[in-house]
Design a protein around this ligand. Structure first.
Ligand code: NAP
Length: 292
């Protein structure tokens, strides 16, 4: 029987509608709306679209978004100085720097400059470290969104065999930590993994985040598995394709995410959740200062 679709778009819309209610209640109680500062450097068309989508979602949730649209020639020192100002601005609860950055700016330096309490992308080593020691606070948006999708179809993930394909800092690694936290037995596969097909074939849950169209073949999928495709690859004809052979995988899996309409909208919804959480932490004076 063909797999059922894990509908990230629908779930993200419900999450954003619920956020709107919670933000509105907060404002009615006399508190400020959460505020997200978005820094965009340069004019990469895809980045422009991502930033627009995130700002539109903020609008729907009642979250205030402030755009810093900087020229491609902006220096690293200028970006770090702006983040420093935003770190100390109590009217800003979350800071997002859209990746990729122009080559003169080191993304690691940028991520580390954001105060961990305002790191709503969940990329700062402090926040990834908290996830590693089972004390998650601001969680990396894409893996957190995947967990919410999995929760829609699995009451309990404990004891399940999960394979993550891809081991980037922003997706693959925190994804493995999330699944471990949920009680899965986790294997992370990467560029140097031998016999990738054999690992995928024994997995109850497969999450793929590589950025190579249809790297994971449908025939590798264990019958009845849940398949989450994080990959977004733009093809020569302009269409989008995931990292999994969708139709063939759908013949074997029980659940599969579409591309687009699966993980992407969930990433945006989790960004908004993190922004509200960052505002709540600031209200409660639970501040994560470190070296901000
Ligand atoms: P990335 O930083 O380029 O990382 C890709 C990872 O895949 C790396 O760990 C890389 O290994 C590994 N890899 C490369 N070739 C492989 C192979 N043959 N077998 C197994 N692993 C291999 O990319 P990313 O940021 O994690 O993103 C991955 C994909 O997800 C991209 O298509 C991106 O556009 C998409 N994405 C989607 C969302 C969303 O919201 N839907 C969010 C983020 C990313 P090395 O570390 O050794 O290079």
């Amino acid at each position: 029987m063909p797999a059922q679709s894990l509908d990230g778009k629908g779930l993200s819309e419900r999450i954003i509608a619920d956020l709107a209610v919670r933000v509105s209640a907060r404002v009615t109680a006399g508190m400020t709306a959460p505020a997200l500062a978005v820094i965009l450097v340069g004019s990469d068309p895809a980045s422009g679209i991502y930033v627009r989508n995130k700002r539109n979602a903020c609008l729907k949730a009642g979250i205030h978004s402030i755009l810093y649209d900087l020229p491609v020639t902006t220096t690293q020192a200028e970006v770090l100085a702006l983040i420093g100002e935003l770190n100390h601005n109590t009217g800003v609860h979350g800071i997002l720097v859209q990746m990729p950055l122009p080559p003169q700016i080191d993304p690691t330096a940028v991520i580390e400059r954001i105060c961990p309490g305002k790191d709503v992308d969940g990329f700062h080593p402090y926040n990834i470290g908290r996830l590693a020691v089972r004390m998650p606070t601001l969680r990396s948006c894409t893996p957190y969104g995947v967990m919410r999708l999995l929760a829609m179809v699995h009451d309990d993930l404990k004891g399940m065999s999960a394979v993550v394909v891809g081991s980037s800092n922003h997706v693959g690694r925190p994804m493995g930590l999330e699944l471990l936290l949920a009680g899965c037995t986790v294997t992370t596969c990467h560029r140097f993994t031998h016999n990738l097909d054999a690992f995928v074939a024994q997995a109850d849950i497969v999450v793929v985040a590589v950025g190579k169209p249809e790297l994971v073949k449908g025939a590798w999928i264990k019958p009845g598995a849940t398949v989450v495709d994080v990959g977004i690859n733009r093809m020569a004809d302009g269409s989008l394709r995931g990292d999994v052979e969708f139709a063939a995988a759908g013949e074997r899996a029980a659940w599969i995410t579409p591309v687009p309409g699966g993980v992407g909208p969930m990433t945006v919804a989790m960004l908004l959740e993190n922004t509200l959480l960052a505002a709540q932490l600031a209200d409660a004076a639970i501040r994560v200062d470190l070296d901000c």
